[in-house]
Design a protein. Structure first.
Length: 219
């Protein structure tokens, strides 16, 4: 059995990228990252990938006249490695419909909220402002609407009375690192599939996300 082929898109520090690299090293994932692409030349995650001898690419969005032409430039890097999964790991660009359609059902994202709550930015501040008791993160397949698409797994963390954005974000990120590798593993092992756009787990409709809570995966 060949290792699954992964491509990871980043914009920043690459902490989720590191978690995926560690999961591969620890044999949790039978996969190989074939490319790391960033829209920011200064993204720290590029150095992390280079240290692991993973090919890195910068596609500077400022050099392209449209979102579509920027996405086409990324596709020219991605397609030759025939990825089983394209992984958005803190990639801070909205993708074109053509890109999403091209990688449909193999384009995955992690978002720091319990979707459908708090799409977009500043999710931790919103959770604090709304006095939420519980916050978290979601792994979902990408659809045309921002931060939408079928959710595979969510992790919850309590919002503490003395939390600020930084403390809450740190705890959420810690859980992101766990659940992203879980979802990737399910995909590359064929446990996740689609039937007429209905997300399935083990060939049964997944009608609500799996829940990672208190270091336990709840089906």
């Amino acid at each position: 059995m060949e290792k699954a082929s992964l491509v990871v898109l980043i914009s920043g520090s690459g902490s989720n990228l590191k978690a995926i690299i560690d999961a591969i090293k620890n044999k949790q994932l039978y996969a190989e990252i074939k490319a790391v692409i960033s829209n920011q030349a200064t993204a720290k995650g590029l150095a992390l990938a280079a240290e692991e001898n993973i090919p890195t690419y910068v596609v500077d969005y400022k050099k392209y006249q449209s979102r579509e032409s920027f996405d086409q430039a990324m596709m020219q890097i991605i397609d030759p490695v025939k990825p089983d999964l394209v992984i958005l790991a803190g990639f801070m660009r909205i993708l074109s419909n053509d890109f999403i359609e091209h990688y449909q059902h193999r384009l995955i994202n992690i978002h720091p909220s319990l979707l459908p709550k708090y799409k977009g930015l500043n999710t931790h501040q919103q959770a604090i402002d709304n006095q939420d008791k519980v916050h978290g993160a979601s792994v979902h397949y990408v659809s045309y609407e921002l931060d939408s698409g079928p959710v595979v797994i969510q992790a919850t963390v309590p919002v503490l009375a003395n939390d600020n954005v930084a403390t809450l974000a740190e705890r959420v990120l810690n859980e992101e690192h766990k659940i992203y590798s879980m979802a990737i593993k399910m995909h590359i092992e064929g446990r996740i599939s689609f039937n007429n756009n209905q997300l399935q787990l083990d060939n049964k409709p997944l009608t609500k996300p799996l829940l990672w809570q208190d270091d336990t995966l709840i089906y």
